[in-house]
Every structure is written in C-alpha cells, then in structure tokens.
Design a protein around this ligand. Structure first.
Ligand code: CP3
Length: 341
C-alpha cells in the first residue's frame, strides 16, 4: 500500500491531507544543530551517508510527517560539474570559478561527487515504513545557473539575467549541461529508492515572461519528459517560486505531476486557475509558522478549504525558518490533522 503522500501526488483525493515541510531537516531542530556541530561543516554532513540519513529521518521521528526529503543540497550539481563549493557561516554558499567570467568548458567534471548521495537515499529508504514517502530533489536549471554564474546567491539574479541577454548561446550551454546532469542525478535517486521528486526553482520569479518561457519552462519540460520516459509513473513536483500568474502555463507546459506554490499565491485563485485535478502542494506563509497563535490556525484552515476539491499536499510556501519554535510546528500538525473537511 503506497503512503498517503504518494497516493495524493498520483492524483487521488483522500479524506486526510498529507503533509511535510520544505527544509524540514535543518536548523530549527535542536537534534540537527547538535549533529551539525559534531560533524563540522554542512558538506561534511551531506557527504557522511550515515549522518545524512539520520538528519533526513529526524523530522519523521519527531513529527511523523508523511514525506521524508533527502538531506542534500541543490548545489551538489555544480559541485559535480567541477566547481568548488563552500558554505560560509552566516554568508551562504560560494561556488568558484564563477561562470560570469570563466567558460563552462574550463570546468573539469567530477561525476563521482553524486554517488554518496545515492547511498544516503538507499539508507533512508531502508529506515522508512511504507506509510512515509521518500522524496528526492534537485534545483531547476535556472536557479542552479544563478549560483553557478554569480558564484553566490544574489538578490535579483542580475548577473545571470544579464548574461542570458548578452550571450544566450553560452548561457544556453550552461542550462543544457545542468539539464543533462539533473536527469542523471534524479534517476540515480529514483534507482536508489526515491518515490517522488521535487524541482526547486527558488529564483524563477525574477524573469520576464519570454525569459521565463525559455529558461524556466523549456528546461524543466525537458527534465520532466526525460524522467517520464524512464519512469512513467514518477510524480514530479514543480516549485517555481515567485511565478505568480505564470503558474498555470508552467504547469501545463512542463507537464509536472504536481504544483508547488509559494505563499504569495492566493490559494483560492490557485484552486480556480491551475489545471483541473492537478495535485497542489502548499502554501502557508512560513512567517505565520514563526509567529503562531490564532492567525496560524485560521490561515491553515483557509489553505485546506481552498484545496478541498482537489488532491492537496499541505506544505509551507517556502522553507521553514531556523528560528521557528517547535511548539508552533506541533500546533500546525494538530491543525492540519484535526481539520474536518
Ligand atoms: O530539509 C530539506 O528541505 C532537505 C534539504 C535541503 C537543503 N537545501 C539543506 C540545506 C534542500 C531541499 C535544499 C534546497 C536548496 N538549497 C535551495 C532551494 C530551496 C530554497 O530554500 O529556496 C537553495 C536555493 C539551496 C542553496 C542553499 N543551501 C543556500 C542558499 C544555503 C545557505 C542559506 C541557509 O539557509 O543556510 C544552503 C545551505 C543549506 N542547505 C542548509 C540546509 C539545512 C543550512 C546549512 C547549515 O546547517 O548551516
């Protein structure tokens, strides 16, 4: 019997709504902070399959979520393409050399940097009951490219957007290379036991419509089509954060299996405008989870009501913040589980 989350992603509407939280394995959990301090760096944790397995399972043991998301990072792809990757405390990730001034062809690929991740997936799979769905993931080519080009996160992705206008051929080659490796990477995760995958597109909101079509929709459609050729029944969740009114086109044209939506989207609008029957995942504002109180319960009910007529996976509109009190997560779980549709 597949778990409730997997059933829902496959298009079934049950009485109960499954839930998991983006970034559920992370710094808001004291047990994560403890293991992280013991292991040193974030990458040391990711590359220690035993520790990464434990981190993946921590939120399942504590909260019994319906989905476990692999503990890794979207920047493992640039790392395997040959960039150096560092996570600087308080500053975020750094990739070098950055592709704004170095040709893609100057990188020497290190594909074996993906292998330890598959080891984590199979260990997690062995540690989960059938009721919990194992989710793999990757970043979308556009979002991953913004880090590869600029060498770090940036507020409006201007260097990457400028490069895409200035030299679309060179930029397109970067996107194509990410597409190809992402298909291999997601396939490796599925072969190791992932039952569904999510494509995180954290920065899709910075693109103008024609560029959104070219750099977000087209590469994601290529990934979905390649994955579905290999695994016809694999649910693929697309999460184009900030896509707003472009969401319906993204969902139709990429042919993802489920729509991840952020908190800026009105759930009532989404319920009316996304393709009929398409499972939806989202979209409570993570800041409401930080503040708690009655406003939290009220907003949870509003999201659940809005999506009552279609398959719905309850989630936040973006990752859980590191200062979120555990008690608020417990309140959220009671509100979702206690809801009588
Ligand atoms: O629990 C989970 O969701 C699974 C693991 C996961 C991580 N990163 C672990 C992580 C997932 C799915 C991601 C995705 C990711 N990584 C995204 C897309 C989603 C989003 O949040 O928009 C992006 C843009 C990244 C790149 C990244 N990784 C940044 C910008 C940072 C630094 C900022 C920060 O939050 O620290 C990371 C580091 C990172 N990835 C941490 C975790 C738990 C924090 C590392 C630490 O312990 O210091």
């Amino acid at each position: 019997m597949p778990g409730l989350l997997l059933e829902t992603l496959r298009g079934k509407r049950a009485d109960k709504v499954p839930m998991w939280l983006m970034r559920q394995a992370g710094r808001y959990l004291p047990e994560y902070r403890e293991l992280r301090a013991e292991k040193g760096g974030f990458l040391d944790l990711v590359y220690d399959a035993e520790a990464a397995t434990e981190v993946t399972l921590q939120p399942i043991k504590r909260f019994g979520f319906d989905g476990a998301i692999l503990f890794s990072d979207i920047l493992i792809i640039p790392y395997a393409m040959g960039q150096n990757l560092e996570f600087l405390a308080g500053e975020g990730p750094r990739l070098s050399p950055k592709l704004v001034d170095h040709a893609l062809s100057s990188l020497e690929a290190v594909p074996q940097r993906l292998d330890p991740i598959y080891e984590t997936v199979s260990r997690v799979k062995a540690g989960l009951g059938p009721e919990t769905t194992l989710l793999g993931f990757a970043g979308s080519p556009w979002t991953v490219a913004t880090y590869m080009v600029a060498g770090e996160g940036s507020r409006d992705q201007h260097e990457t957007r400028a490069m895409a206008y200035r030299d679309p051929a060179a930029f397109g080659a970067i996107i194509d290379a990410i597409v190809d490796l992402t298909v291999e990477y997601l396939s490796g995760q599925v072969d190791a036991g992932a039952e569904a995958v999510q494509i995180f597109d954290s920065w899709s909101g910075s693109l103008a419509p024609a560029e959104f079509e070219r750099w977000v929709i087209a590469p994601n459609a290529a990934i979905v089509s390649a994955m579905h050729a290999r695994y016809p029944d694999l649910p693929i969740i697309g999460f184009p954060k900030g896509a707003g009114e472009k969401l319906p086109a993204y969902m139709r044209e990429t042919k993802v299996s489920a729509a991840g939506i952020d908190e800026t989207v009105d759930p009532v609008w989404a319920a009316q405008n996304l393709p009929e029957g398409l499972p939806v995942q989202g979209n409570l504002d993570p800041l409401l989870l930080l503040s708690g109180g009655e406003a939290l319960d009220h907003a949870v009910h509003r999201v659940l009501e809005a999506f009552r007529d279609r398959p719905h996976v309850f989630n936040l509109g973006h990752g859980i913040g590191q200062h979120t009190p555990i008690a608020h997560v417990e309140q959220l779980i009671s509100a979702v589980r206690g809801w009588k549709g």
